[in-house]
Design a protein. Structure first.
Ligand code: PEP
Ligand code: MG
Length: 595
């Protein structure tokens, strides 16, 4: 087949070369094709055996239910078994295959659509809701048919040459991939700062998103190259192109090896300012990588990942003890270095489970602290778990998405309540645990004194701050090109927060994706930022940039960037900022020339 390339959005750097592994779609979005007469019986058998497998699956779930499981749960599974046995689902699709020569998935989806339409007509709201049950049973059959369960990428060494191609991957799905070190991934949907992209970046593998129809154009087992810096995927490359990319891949590896010498070096600028480089993690096990990469602590533990993908659990939320163990694990792994745990931030592109209904403008809806304040018991449970873990090492509490003074006050009250509950239980915790806020809503950045007065530290979430300032959904690839950290409004908010924080003597860090991208290191340094929080894999390259920076040169140049308001003038000032050479670099190049 002729080679071709697809263009999307770069989300994770590097070059990956491997064979395509197509992930089956999770929803009722399946391939439609007609089958030949002689295949009809085999296709019918395929559907029959999928239905049988789901029968067995439901039976196992039913018999394995713990004794104390709520009665509704058993009833719910019984309803699904009944639906599965109904001829409307177990026979009509077989007839569709027989008479219309549809493939099994198409036949099944056709019948589910038909049944769903009939349910929509029903007056009784209870019965109307049973449509969801039919769809869930349908999805179970589809999962067996498309083999999505077994279509998960292989683990271990076999994964090293695999590139996962999918229409979309949810943040929860990405979590499942953590144990399979595959070479890269490509999706049709997604923006550069969607949570899925962030998790991919934390896996430190090349990736490209927003590829539109890659999952339709790429075939299973196609040879692919991902150019993670350019957001390009080359399908079936020619031998020459392949050789060029292999050479580039090796060069990158060598550069990385060189950087690894900096692991133990402190991040000090040429003029002697010590910069704190800390890590963003999603799960407690990631703390080991953070330590390994030389992180001075954890700047952002996205605790919501402990809450995601719990569809199979009886409880919607993890229990206090379960959470306590996770937080404690992270604290112990960091051996006395501070761990900043962000309280639950769900909603928008981070639904608790895949089936959750999303609001009209989910990113503007009941997300993060808004959700937590509306679920006080759940919030108290999390706070108690975090507080208990603070007895085992330094923890800082970080609260997402606050904008209003009353939200801060209510949050501080709830924290006090959680402390009081632990005192009554005689459980130990750090009485002076620092509490900070994410500055990620423009209103918060513009009303900083409200935050400075009430809190101990601030952390700028540039991913959301940019999303909300420019009104760009960070998940939507259609508007990804408008996501611009150099927009004058974004620059103004960033520098305002950093300088006001410094003036007030309150620590400010940046934990959004900007902090881990060397493109922005000098800009943030020149604005006065002293703490950067990023994926462990980005720490060494940012450190390298810091070691080669001199604040005495950067600060006046960043002022020029700030004074420029036209995009071209900003870009020119940024180019000069990057070109500034520190005395050290000048010395090194002289030495190199003499050799
Ligand atoms: C941010 O918004 O920049 C941030 C760090 O939080 P999240 O990406 O999890 O929303
Ligand atoms: Mg955020």
């Amino acid at each position: 087949m002729a080679s071709f390339s697809l263009h999307g959005i770069a989300v994770s750097q590097g070059i990956a070369i491997g064979r395509a592994h197509l992930m089956a779609p999770a929803a009722l979005d399946v391939k439609h094709y007609l089958i030949a007469d002689e295949q009809v019986e085999a296709e019918i058998e395929r559907l029959k055996s999928a239905i049988k497998a789901v029968h067995e699956e439901l039976h196992t779930i039913r018999t394995d239910l713990p004794k104390d499981a709520p009665a509704e749960l058993g009833a719910f599974i019984d309803v699904h078994s009944l639906i599965l046995s109904d001829p409307m689902l177990s026979e009509v699709p077989l007839n569709i295959i027989r008479h219309r020569a549809y493939n099994a998935e198409w036949a099944l989806v056709t019948q589910i659509d038909e049944l769903s339409a009939q349910f929509d007509e029903i007056e009784d709201p209870y019965l109307r809701e049973r449509k969801a049950d039919i769809q869930q049973v349908g999805e179970r059959i589809l999962k067996v048919l498309t083999g999505s369960a077994i279509h998960l990428p292989p683990t271990g060494e076999a994964a090293a040459n695999i590139i996962v191609v999918a229409h979309d991957i949810s943040p929860a799905d990405m979590l499942q991939f953590r144990d399979s070190a595959f070479a890269g991934f490509v999706t049709d949907l997604g923006g550069p700062n969607s949570h899925t992209a962030i998790v991919a970046r934390s896996l430190d593998i090349p990736a490209a998103v927003g590829m539109h129809n890659a999952s339709a154009l790429v075939k299973h087992d196609d040879l692919l190259i991902i150019d993670g810096d350019a957001g390009v995927v080359i399908v079936d490359p020619s031998p020459l192109v392949l050789a060029q990319y292999r050479a580039r891949q090796e060069r990158l590896l060598r550069e990385r090896k060189k950087l690894s010498r900096l692991k133990k070096t402190p991040a000090i600028t040429q003029d002697g300012e010590l910069i704190s480089l800390v890590a963003n993690i999603e799960l407690p096990a990631d703390a080991a990588n953070a330590w390994e990469a030389g992180a001075m602590g954890i700047g952002l533990f996205r605790s919501e990942f402990l809450f995601m993908g719990r569809a199979g659990h009886l409880e919607k939320f993890p229990s206090e003890d379960e959470q306590f163990e996770s937080y404690k694990q992270a604290v112990i792994a960091m051996k006395g270095r501070p761990v900043t745990i962000r309280t639950l931030d769900v909603g928008a592109d981070k639904p608790l489970d895949e089936d959750e209904e999303t609001a009209l403008n989910p990113a503007l809806g009941l997300r993060a602290i808004r959700y937590c304040l509306s679920e006080p018991q759940m919030f108290l449970t999390q706070l108690r778990a975090i507080l208990r873990a603070s007895h085992f090492g330094p923890i800082k509490l970080l609260i997402p998405m606050m904008a209003h003074a009353f939200e801060i006050d209510q949050t501080l009250n709830i924290i006090e309540q959680a402390k009081q509950q632990l005192r009554e239980r005689k459980q130990k915790f750090d009485e002076d645990i620092p509490v900070g806020a994410m500055i990620e809503i423009p209103a918060a950045a513009l009303a900083l004194p409200l935050f400075i007065k009430r809190l101990d530290f601030l952390s700028i979430g540039t991913n959301d701050l940019i999303q909300y300032t420019l009104a760009i959904d960070r998940v939507d690839h259609e508007v990804a090109h408008l996501y611009d950290p150099l927009h004058p409004a974004v620059l103004f908010l960033l520098s305002t927060v950093i300088s006001q924080g410094r003036k007030a003597g309150i620590p400010v860090s940046v934990c959004g994706e900007m902090a881990g991208d060397v493109k922005w290191t000098r800009l943030l340094l020149g604005m006065g930022l002293l703490e950067f929080s990023m994926h462990p894999s980005q720490i060494l390259s940012v450190k390298n940039e810091i070691l080669n920076s001199d604040l005495r040169l950067l600060e006046p140049q960043v002022k020029k960037v700030m004074r420029a308001s036209e995009p071209a003038a900003i870009a020119a000032a940024m180019a000069q900022l990057q070109a500034l050479t520190s005395e050290q670099e000048v010395k090194e190049s002289k030495v190199a020339r003499r050799r």
